[in-house]
Write a protein that binds this ligand. Structure first.
Ligand SMILES: Nc1nc2c([nH]c(=O)n2[C@H]2C[C@H](O)[C@@H](COP(=O)(O)OP(=O)(O)OP(=O)(O)O)O2)c(=O)[nH]1
Length: 160
């Protein structure tokens, strides 16, 4: 069985990143980029755009693929919590973000991202997105999700 494919989108405007306080699903309560699962028949790029629209009622502008990573928990089994995540940056959004049942928008300066409120692996890969680099990695978290057991990451990869 393959890991479920998912997306994240990180719009940055004037040195501020648009994040969401996730209201439900995997990582509820955490600060993350808007995103969700890729649906059948959709490309990851289409899914990234749809998820931003569904979660914040705005369209991302200038979507650019920046990374991919395998995300799973220590037991190593591919289960409901195993994700293959496609990460996009964006130049901004068209419209004013609105809070929805899934997401409450928050803007944070890219120089002071609150990594303590994010998934533990985000502090490893998100700085590369901020500096315009691309990456591909694998992150294994402890079963409680609180620590990073192991990771590997390549920087400067190319995407089709
Ligand atoms: N920031 C961050 N997000 C992650 C990590 N791992 C991981 O799966 N995600 C994201 C990718 C997806 O946006 C989301 C998982 O999808 P989900 O199960 O919450 O899906 P959903 O309910 O939001 O969406 P959906 O069912 O409506 O499609 O979590 C991670 O390590 N860091």
């Amino acid at each position: 069985m393959q890991a479920t494919e998912a997306t994240l989108c990180h719009p940055v405007v004037d040195d501020e990143m648009l994040l969401i306080r996730k209201q439900r699903g995997l990582g509820a309560g955490k600060l993350v980029g808007p995103g969700g699962k890729v649906e059948s028949g959709e490309t990851p790029r289409e899914a990234a755009r749809r998820e931003v629209r569904e979660e914040l009622r705005v369209d991302p502008v200038g979507l650019e693929k920046r990374g991919e990573f395998d995300f799973h928990f220590r037991d190593g089994t591919v289960d409901d919590d195993s994700m293959y995540v496609h990460v996009f940056a964006a130049d901004g959004v068209d419209g004013e973000p609105e809070a929805t049942e899934e997401a409450v928008p928050e803007l944070h300066p890219v120089s002071e991202l609150p990594y303590g409120e994010m998934w533990i692996d985000d502090r490893v890969w998100l700085p590369h997105l901020v500096t315009g680099e691309t990456f591909r990695g694998e992150f294994v978290l402890s079963d409680d999700g609180e620590s990073l057991v192991r990771y590997e990451m390549d920087i400067g990869v190319e995407f089709e």
